[in-house]
Design a protein around this ligand. Structure first.
Ligand SMILES: C[S@@+](CC[C@H](N)C(=O)[O-])C[C@H]1O[C@@H](n2cnc3c(N)ncnc32)[C@H](O)[C@@H]1O
Length: 281
């Protein structure tokens, strides 16, 4: 813990501090309404009668699994297949063709989805690669899907989606080609799941030793962080991306004013940035 607890801290202020220290997410005072809705199920699952009692226990106990569940419950996991479309078009039309040329000798491609939520984003990347670049079956392709939330990572691993979820953004022919029916749900075929390496990464903690990355999807997560955290994370991105590598951010996110070494790629309204090579600095 970095800051001492004030003497008379309200439940919501305690929760804000906990969530910020453990995930960097900034909860706004206007979000206090989320407290009951998000923490009720956590209390229920832990057999604790009320959210008030849950918070009392969190204040008294050392940081542990219950605190972790509470932090995870406060994350926003909204996502859907081919979200915003333009980034996936940029991947198909600009980014992968450039990498096919640049990495022709090594025949290696490494991609990281750094806040993968329930998996629709990494599976959309996997479908884009399979659908448009058959030559990549001859390459060593690594697609890392990570998130802070164990519950979300379980969902990525299961590759199981409801009808409602596959109705959001997934073209019908992709559904037929890459998913199979399992009762009322749809499961991603092994052809795609086998491409993914799924593991837990908290962006404010040390990162695993990835191979030098060609592409990073870091979409719709910086938006929850304060400016200092955004700068730190973008600074670390520079060190894991290959010079000339590509970074995708969410539609409301930018590197501008935070990190000068990224240059916006001019492709529709895709929030796509390229890390300048050493010669461009
Ligand atoms: C709104 S979702 C974005 C999902 C996907 N990238 C997209 O754009 O559709 C944000 C995700 O960021 C994750 N997240 C929040 N804070 C994080 C942190 N400190 N480290 C890693 N993941 C985090 C949440 O668990 C959540 O799954």
């Amino acid at each position: 813990m970095t800051s001492a607890a004030p003497k008379f801290e309200s439940d919501f202020d305690f929760l804000r501090r906990l969530v910020h220290e453990r995930s960097a997410i900034v909860l706004e005072p206007t979000q206090s309404y989320l407290l009951e809705a998000r923490l009720g199920p956590v209390a229920h699952k832990a057999g604790i009668p009320t959210v008030g009692e849950l918070l009392r226990r969190l204040r008294l106990e050392r940081y542990g699994p219950l605190h972790r569940s509470v932090v995870e419950a406060m994350t926003t996991n909204e996502t859907f297949f081919f979200r915003d479309l333009a980034p996936f078009q940029a991947l198909q039309k600009v980014v992968i063709p450039a990498i096919l040329g640049n990495n022709a000798a090594s025949r290696q491609l490494s991609v990281w989805c750094a806040a993968a939520s329930s998996g629709q984003e990494p599976y959309s990347v996997a479908m884009t690669l399979r659908e448009h670049f058959p030559q990549l079956t001859q390459w060593k392709v690594e697609l890392h899907a990570t998130d802070l939330s164990d519950e979300m990572l379980e969902r990525v691993r299961s590759g199981s989606y409801s009808q409602l979820e596959v109705n959001r953004g997934l073209p019908a022919q992709m559904l037929i080609k890459y998913f199979q029916r399992s009762g009322v749900r749809w499961t991603v075929k092994p052809e795609l799941t086998s491409l993914l390496t799924v593991r837990k990464v908290n962006l404010i903690d040390p990162w695993p030793n990835f191979p030098l990355l060609d592409v990073v999807f870091l979409r719709n997560v910086l938006i929850y962080f304060d400016v200092e955290t955004k700068k730190k994370i973008l600074g670390r991105m520079k060190r894991v991306l290959r010079p000339g590598g590509y970074l995708f951010l969410g539609g409301a996110e930018t590197t501008s004013g935070l990190e000068d070494d990224f240059e916006r790629v001019n492709f529709a309204n895709a929030s796509c940035y390229q890390l300048r090579g050493p010669e461009a600095k």
